[in-house]
Design a protein around this ligand. Structure first.
Ligand SMILES: Cc1ncc(COP(=O)(O)O)c(C=O)c1O
Length: 413
């Protein structure tokens, strides 16, 4: 008998597990469908040959060790690589401060488990990365969000809220989660003055900053930034990932934090270390890959993709949408007129053969109805252009049907 027909008692599950969000069009499988929703890396840039050789080397040279349980923190070469990479953008860390994780997503979850008791306050940016919202909800956190603008999160508003909380005897956050560089989905970067202000607030109000730096290596203009970790190392848990620079499927990322925090994070990993075999493969890869050349190739590609998408948006949607021009990363965050509900429009867009992520997924309170996230990294150039043309057609149809206004009258607003 198929045991799937014996329904489990879902009332016994943890009440903290949120309903599964349906993000983008993961269920649409029509071959012609254009997934501008997927925040994926470009498949064509995966270093396949080098990975193949590295996998062979990991088996032939290190087979027994690579496939055994390991109490070690990971191959020394990976830790050294992360350490010197971090140093190149100003982070001074010992290898004992580095924890290799199952992607940056696990880093967020571990940071949340490390810091949070049910009911604790977590403050985030609005919008923010939806998986981070999930991680904080799973820990029973009470979430509050602060708006971003072209210079990143509005730290003044955060400061006002901290002052008010202290004044009124309400709790201040345990943790502030931020993506200071090429924000997902906002595309914006936190200005230096706001970074300094945030680091200062973390010290004064005794909270931790979880700094998610997933896109920092994909800086189109070559600009580098002083990290929050550098400004407040004892207050910051820093996260990064190989997903955007090698391939997401290898599922490797890293955390950098004070050794006292790292030793406790290891306890949260329950004595298990992150996929030893995958780490060995990546260690071999990093030995043979000319990383700077590889990164330059990624940057050229994503930069061109961004320009193609931006050109298409300007020509197809013109003044109907606004956005900040991201100088790195994967995403464009579109703002439509206030009356637009992008979750409603999604059904029309899917009929037109294109998908995006509706803005509300990036807000803890389901607001953000007139925004949507587009990803320029994954689709090929011609699909990007075609995708935007389908999106514009969907928007015109939505506007006619839902806003009961003609094109000309509407564009006067
Ligand atoms: C800001 C941010 N953090 C973390 C991740 C996840 O990274 P990983 O694949 O390493 O889990 C993503 C990927 O979408 C992201 O956008």
């Amino acid at each position: 008998m198929n045991t799937v027909h014996q329904v489990p008692d879902l009332s016994r599950l943890s009440s903290r597990i949120p309903a599964a969000p349906s993000i983008g069009s993961t269920t649409v499988t029509k071959p012609d469908h254009i997934h501008l929703s997927f925040g994926f890396a470009a498949d064509s840039l995966f270093p396949l040959e080098a990975l193949e050789q590295s996998a062979q080397q990991a088996i032939r040279q290190d087979g027994a060790r690579a496939l055994q349980y390991s109490g070690a923190p990971g191959p020394a070469y990976i830790l050294d690589w992360i350490q010197s990479r971090a140093a190149s953008y100003g982070i001074d860390a010992e290898t004992a401060q580095i924890l290799v994780t199952n992607g940056a997503t696990q880093g967020i979850a571990l940071a949340a488990q490390l810091l949070l008791e049910p009911g604790d306050e977590v403050w985030v940016e609005a919008p923010t990365f939806f998986s981070a919202l999930q991680a904080f909800r799973l820990c029973g956190a009470s979430i509050r969000a602060f708006p971003i603008d072209g210079e990143g999160v509005q730290v003044d508003k955060l400061e006002e809220a901290l002052i008010a909380a202290v004044h009124e005897g309400r709790p201040v956050p345990k943790l502030f989660y931020t993506m200071p560089v090429y924000h997902n989905p906002g595309g914006v970067t936190l200005s230096l003055s706001r970074r300094r202000q945030l680091a200062d607030l973390a010290r004064r109000y005794n909270f931790y900053i979880v700094e998610d730096d997933a896109y920092a290596e994909l800086n189109f203009t070559g600009e580098t930034f002083i990290s929050l970790y550098e400004l407040a190392p004892e207050r910051t848990i820093y996260l990064n990932t190989f997903s955007k620079i090698i391939a997401p499927g290898i599922r490797l990322g890293w955390m950098i934090a004070h050794p006292l925090l790292v030793s406790r994070l290891r306890i949260l990993m329950l004595g298990s270390s992150t996929a030893v075999f995958t780490q060995e493969i990546v260690a071999h890869l990093l030995k043979q890959l000319d990383f700077e050349q590889h990164r330059a190739q990624l940057i050229r590609h994503y930069w061109r993709q961004r320009d193609i998408m931006v050109t298409a948006i300007r020509s197809e949607l013109g003044d109907e949408v606004s956005f900040e021009l991201p100088e790195g990363g994967f995403f464009l965050w579109l703002t439509f007129p206030d009356q637009v509900n992008t979750a409603e429009m999604q059904y029309i867009a899917e009929r037109h053969g294109v998908s995006y992520v509706a803005g509300s997924h990036f807000y803890h309170d389901d607001s953000g109805h007139n925004h949507l996230r587009l990803c320029f990294s994954y689709c090929t150039a011609d699909r990007l252009t075609e995708g935007i043309s389908r999106l514009a057609a969907a928007y015109r149809e939505y506007r006619e049907e839902h806003l009961h206004q003609g094109v000309d009258s509407y564009s006067q607003h």
